[in-house]
Design a protein around this ligand. Structure first.
Ligand code: DGT
Ligand code: CA
Ligand code: ZN
Length: 574
């Protein structure tokens, strides 16, 4: 489907036209882009069926733009776009990845300092040129330098939702080979760390040559970096690296342990092995006296031989899991099967793309008992936050839809802005009518620690708030957490019987694994919310669950594992 590609190109054309101070045309391109992006049918199909006329009938697309679409569908190119890019060679998409740098600012930097890309930007910022521009100043320059640092990190480490589907595709291709006994992704991805440097794959096979050959010639491989008898390393089309290792069947358990890592966990295991008179390597567990392999080839067997309880990959960070395993005290971690609902989704009413009905259908398909609709509140103008009267209408609709469900309930919620003074973005008479109120910070991220802590704690003391949304506000690889006394926030949340969100959106994962561990140790309860803006994104739940597992969470720590009947204990208005 070429819809999104086309929308992207039209938006870029609009950007370039704007830089040239051309009037009206940019808006036309943007309007067309947004309507093409929201089409539910393939634009190619429209064209095949009804030609230019069909394209013309798409809202916002006139004759002129229909011709451009036709050109793209026929040739894969748009000449006018190419010419524009040549004339104004700014990489706006790349530049606006930098936090604090919107398209407007990027365009001014191009006009006044000829900044075309990240490299130019860094040079100018380091030379102090940005600070001197009117409307920028020392602070903006500092923000840009900070954003550049985060951006570089992101180039090195990919988010889970990018890496995981690629890894699954690779192992699927390898598992098809008859020579392969098993293919699994290992490394930080298997531990479901929030970001991963590369995709590590371990294959068990007696015919490594064939496996290496297949791996290095996969469709997704852009470049082969190394190719040996049992190892290979490649660059994938999205520039991520992937390493493959092939081991023999009897080496499987030790191989998995070694390559799943973490390195720190492995080092600790090897120490225990030595104390017990063994030697542990990626090839197996051996007696140091005789050099003989200790029987048993699974990971469980090896943990058992070391007198440890089995440790799930998500805990293998040498953060207390080995001590716990020695005492037989590895918790039974929450699993995706335990999840009975989602507390945070956006519908078409604010900035989501699906109707409440469609979201409910998806929730039921996922086997959920409840789904909390939590659109943005009125001050969130850019996210199309709901006015008071619209929210009341939405609550009415939810009540009506609920009449038709059996064993499933929509909860009327809202992701309400926590305003600068800590108050909530709707008056009491509105808040009272909601089943669940999530309070979130969406403005003034750069306040002092004291101010931000006070603002959040004030909100936690508000009797209408139930859940603190994305509590630290970090965006992975993009924005640091707010300046915040998290211990104080946890304390006030506990005193006021409030819950904390684990936002499962893959660039948030907020609270983080380590924050979660602290929170549950204090006795706080966690609500996992996908923050989905479309029904597909409701599948981000798996990243939330993985992060909860990394935070040592059990079923009883997570509110979404409770049945609809059990929820009123934690949400008084239900
Ligand atoms: P990453 O790639 O930075 O996201 O993190 P990992 O954990 O995937 O690290 P990576 O790719 O360097 O190595 C994959 C696994 O291989 C790692 O988790 C443990 C194992 N490993 C790699 N190097 C060493 C090492 O020097 N010693 C030990 N014991 N294990 C290692
Ligand atoms: Ca890795
Ligand atoms: Zn939010």
């Amino acid at each position: 489907m070429k819809n999104l590609e086309l929308a992207k190109i039209f938006n870029e054309i609009a950007d370039i036209l704007e830089i040239q101070d051309i009037q009206w045309k940019p808006q036309a391109y943007r309007k067309a882009a947004s309507s093409i992006a929201s089409l539910s049918i393939d634009i190619e199909k429209i064209y095949k069926k009804s030609g230019l006329k069909g394209l013309d009938s798409i809202p916002g697309v006139g004759k002129h733009l229909a011709l451009k679409i036709e050109e793209y569908l026929k040739t894969g190119k748009i000449k006018a776009y190419k010419q524009l890019k040549k004339k104004v060679p700014i990489d706006l998409a790349e530049l606006t990845h930098i936090e604090f740098l919107g398209p407007k600012k990027a365009k001014r930097l191009y006009k006044e300092l000829k900044i075309k890309n990240i490299k130019d930007l860094e040079k100018a910022a380091k030379a102090g040129k940005i600070a001197k521009l009117s409307g920028f100043g020392e602070k903006s320059q500092q923000d840009i330098l900070e954003g550049l640092g985060m951006y570089k990190l992101g180039k090195k480490r990919a988010l889970l939702n990018i890496a995981l589907p690629i890894a699954k595709e690779i192992i699927q291709s390898l598992n098809k080979l008859k020579e392969v006994k098993s293919a699994e992704y290992v490394g930080s991805l298997r531990r479901m760390k929030e970001t991963v440097r590369d995709i590590d794959i371990l294959v068990i096979s007696n015919k490594p040559k064939k496996v290496i050959q297949t791996f290095t010639s996969l469709d997704n491989v852009k470049k082969v970096l190394a190719k040996g008898p049992t190892k290979a390393s490649v660059v994938l089309k999205n520039n991520m690296h992937s390493d493959l290792r092939v081991l023999k069947p009897e080496e499987k358990g030790a191989g998995l342990l070694y390559f799943i890592g973490s390195k720190e966990h492995n080092i600790a295991l090897r120490k225990i092995a030595i104390e017990k008179g063994y030697k542990l390597s990626e090839y197996g567990l051996f007696s140091r006296n005789t050099g003989k392999r200790i029987p048993g080839t699974s990971e469980k067997d090896i943990y058992k031989a070391l007198s440890l309880k089995y440790i799930p990959p998500e805990l293998r960070e040498n953060q207390g899991e080995i001590e716990a395993a020695k005492k037989g005290k590895i918790p039974t971690l929450i699993s995706i099967k335990d999840i009975k609902g989602d507390f945070h989704v956006h519908s078409k009413w604010s900035d989501g793309s699906d109707s409440i009905k469609d979201l409910a259908t998806t929730a039921k398909k996922l086997g959920y008992q409840y789904l909390c609709i939590s659109d943005h509140s009125k001050s969130e103008k850019i996210a199309n936050g709901l006015s008071e009267s619209n929210l009341l209408k939405q609550i009415k609709l939810i009540k009506k839809l609920n009449k038709n469900f059996r064993g499933f309930k929509l909860l009327a919620g809202s992701e309400v802005d926590i305003l600068a003074d800590g108050s909530l973005d709707y008056p009491e008479k509105i808040l009272k009518q909601l089943d669940i109120v999530i309070g979130s910070i969406h403005s003034r991220f750069k306040s002092s620690k004291q101010e931000m802590t006070k603002r959040i704690c004030t909100a936690l003391e508000n009797k209408h708030l139930n859940i603190l949304g994305h509590p630290t506000g970090r965006l992975i690889n993009q924005r640091k957490p707010y300046n915040l006394d998290l211990d104080q926030v946890f304390k006030v949340a506990l005193e006021n019987k409030k819950h904390l969100e684990l936002n499962a959106f893959p660039n948030r994962l907020d609270l983080s694994d380590t924050n979660l561990k602290e929170a549950i140790e204090l006795g706080l309860k966690i609500s996992i919310g996908t923050d989905a803006h479309s029904k597909d994104q409701m599948n981000y739940m798996k990243f939330g669950v993985a992060t909860a597992r990394r935070g040592w969470c059990q079923k009883n720590h997570i509110l979404n594992t409770f049945t609809l009947k059990q929820l009123p204990k934690y949400f008084k208005k239900l």
